[in-house]
Design a protein. Structure first.
Length: 518
């Protein structure tokens, strides 16, 4: 076989310029820490502002900061994002594609060991991907791998055939739902036992409460996984998290309470990080349930979102306004859409177009969605009243929020970490039938655009396609995206690290692998 090959890391810049859609990569991940020389040892205690009793180790169902952090402790993936936002190989050491990017070949790194002592093979990679495929799969990654028509192992290679060309395909296989786990006879052994080939082994897991891991002594990355153990607690209450850090009960916490973050910043023993990325806070509506099935009602509510007010009062300035587009500005092919204004008069017009003079709706929220979600909903209520819309704010319990409220109640609060490509975000959360399409939105033109954009290899044409797709999400979709929120977390000064990643919370959720005690 003859493959078009480009010997470079897949970077944000090269993604914009790769018209051929062919990429080969041979950069060792985990390199480039610029701080002091890392050293091993110690027990890291992490207070996570997420976690629920419904949590599971089933990798296809990871859905919050707790389980995602645990995923990166236990598992490796085919590829990973560096702190600079570049895509490099992890279980795969390189990849190649035909010029139409419809067929991909991944060369599997040799000598990687699972926690059970077995060696990672190409067959394990095939079985791990196949776990998310098919009508019977409940995995949230099902929509991402639906484009695969065939995947097979040939020696140390994994060959993947797609329905159409996809220049972004290696990014898809870096998704946290698709780690590589042991297989037998072509099937994964157990998708929920926690056995992987990542930097740490599972010692204990109590859903919604805690997890403990110990270092995988035979981990293949020599310059990573510096802690002896990590103890992770679910501390959803922001005051409890903050007090635990200040009293030394934990060493690290995410979701710093933005109203009081100044107190943490003044503490000489604490370091606060505020990282701008793709995280966005949303209010999704189920578009197959009245009144949200009417696009004029959806637009009226979008026109009433007090966006700057939310950034100022909920984020305390640690973020920026959104315009109902979930694609962060740093993502290649992000559309620079006009900012949607707060306009009660225009909202009234759309309400009348829907045949309504007034409207009463409920908005369900809890701090489990994001810190300050209930307060944000209250601001929304006040802003909607001048247009004749009465929003009843329903405070929901934190525990069970993601199983009982999100995707279940007609309108609620939610948060999303960004994705590295337009296609990954839109395919995961906006394409009809996707497990995480949390609005049940269906738009045929949008589907055509996403499909075309995925296969288009000309950057200029691709930009035009994705612009229209994002415009449709913003104007017709069922998600209100009022703000992009910085990742704000706090740590003891005893901890050290290199450059912080912005692709996800907590250093791209790689803190467990990249940080150490100074």
């Amino acid at each position: 076989m003859s493959y078009l090959k480009q010997t470079t890391t897949l970077t944000r810049r090269s993604l914009l310029g790769t018209a051929a859609g062919a990429v080969a990569m041979s950069v060792l991940p985990g390199a480039g820490l610029k701080a002091q020389t890392p050293k091993r040892g110690g027990v890291l205690r992490y207070g996570c502002g997420h976690g629920a009793t419904t949590d599971t180790l089933d990798l296809g169902l990871f859905d919050n900061d707790f389980t995602i952090a645990l995923d990166y402790m236990l598992h490796n993936h085919i590829a990973e994002l560096t702190a600079d936002g570049d895509l490099v190989g992890e279980v795969a050491e390189s990849w190649e594609a035909f010029s139409d990017a419809k067929e991909w070949v991944f060369r599997i790194r040799q000598g990687i060991e699972f926690h059970n002592g077995a060696t990672v093979t190409a067959e394990d990679v095939v079985a791990s991907v196949n776990y998310h495929r098919g009508e019977d799969s409940s995995s949230a990654a099902g929509a991402l791998v639906k484009q695969i028509t065939d995947i097979r192992a040939e020696g140390n290679n994994v060959i993947v055939q797609l329905t159409a060309g996809n220049a972004d395909f290696p990014y898809i296989l870096s998704d946290y739902h698709i780690p590589i786990i042991p297989s037998k006879d072509g099937k994964v052994v157990d998708a929920a036992d926690g056995v992987g080939c990542g930097p740490y082994k599972l010692a204990s897991f109590e859903p919604g409460v805690s997890a403990k891991v110990t270092r995988h002594e035979n981990y293949w990355k020599s310059n990573a996984a510096f802690f002896d153990e990590i103890h992770m607690q679910a501390l959803i209450d922001p005051t409890a998290r903050t007090n635990s850090l200040l009293t030394g009960e934990i060493d690290l916490m995410n979701r710093a309470e933005l109203k009081t973050v100044a107190l943490l910043e003044r503490n000489p023993n604490v370091v606060v990080s505020s990282i701008s990325g793709g995280q966005h806070y949303t209010f999704p509506m189920l578009t197959n349930i009245a009144p949200f099935d009417n696009p004029h009602v959806r637009m009226a509510l979008k026109l009433l979102a007090p966006r700057q007010d939310m950034v100022d009062k909920i984020l305390s300035g640690h973020g920026s306004v959104g315009s109902d587009n979930p694609i962060g500005a740093a993502v290649p092919f992000a559309a620079d859409l006009p900012q949607r204004p707060y306009d009660p008069d225009e909202a009234k017009f759309h309400l009348k177009q829907a045949g309504l003079e007034t409207l009463g709706v409920s908005l369900h929220a809890a701090d489990a969605a994001f810190s300050g979600a209930v307060d944000a909903a209250t601001l929304y209520r006040e802003a909607a009243l001048p247009a004749g819309i009465d929003i009843t704010v329903v405070r929901e319990p934190n525990d069970g929020y993601w199983s009982d409220v999100w995707t279940q109640k007609p309108w609620c609060a939610c948060y999303w970490g960004g994705r590295p490509t337009v296609d990954a975000m839109l395919s995961l959360a906006y394409v009809p039938g996707a497990a995480w399409n949390d609005t049940n939105w269906v738009n045929e033109r949008f589907v055509e655009l996403v499909t075309a954009g995925r296969a288009e290899l000309d950057p200029g044409k691709r930009a035009e396609i994705y612009y229209e797709a994002q415009q449709l999400v913003s104007d017709d979709g069922g998600t209100v995206v009022p703000m992009f929120a910085n990742y704000v977390y706090a740590a003891s000064k005893k901890l050290a690290h290199g450059k912080l990643a912005a692709n996800w919370d907590m250093d791209g959720q790689k803190f467990s692998e990249r940080w150490w005690f100074a």
